[in-house]
Design a protein around this ligand. Sequence first.
Ligand SMILES: [Zn+2]
Length: 265
Amino acid sequence: MFSNHSALSGRTVLVLHAHPDDEAIFTGVTLRRLADAGARVVLVTATLGELGEVHVPLAPGETMAQRRVAELESAAALLGVSRLVLLGARDSGLPGAADNVHPDALAAADPSRVARRIATLVDEESAEAIVHDDGRGIYGHPDHLAAHRIGAAAARLTGVVSYESTVDRDHLHDRRTRSHLIHAAAEATGLPFGVPADDVALRIGATASELAVKRAAIGVHASQVSPDSLGHAGFDEAYGYEWYLRSGASSGILDELALPAVAAV
Ligand SMILES: [Zn+2]
């Protein structure tokens, strides 16, 4: 399906996300395309997402964290992730929640300490780029804000290119026609989401097959995402693009990913 299956072979990207499901919702197409082009993708998920809503019954004795990690492992396999690293921090909950200041909460962690751990992984993997949340935490969730601080600090420590995952708030403006999980998420935090279209540095558009994989990868997070929220008519338009800011001026591997030589044909 790709014009060059090995265009990016021997190259590695580290992708940092706050919770299980963020990798699929915000970067699923990007991860799948990287893998299909031969790149190694190291996915680092910071929390176990144990404070997410529960849409399905858990098995006797099963914890929410166990369920979410199992879902994450399935999604990572669908998206072609080569290595999954769990930082094991506690979910911080919504802005202002008491969980924000739990001693194990990601939001309460020292960003430079966690960033050093990420920097060690970057060195160990010879990763050339880090992908992490934008400066608003995409929609202001404390764990996403923490993921930004940690990712940005790790990029400074290592000097690699960093891409900030975001959403185009103009593209997703009309939730009736382009319903996206970000709408309810931003309602929960009470904060605006994403950035204006003009601020987006890089937009990656999905092929039909990449979009099908993304839909499946979001869908395996069944404890969080009901099938109703994926079956609507506007799904392709809402989820068919992924958006990035660059924290420095330089371009890197994700820019190459958007080039015709690597993009799907
Ligand atoms: Zn999240």
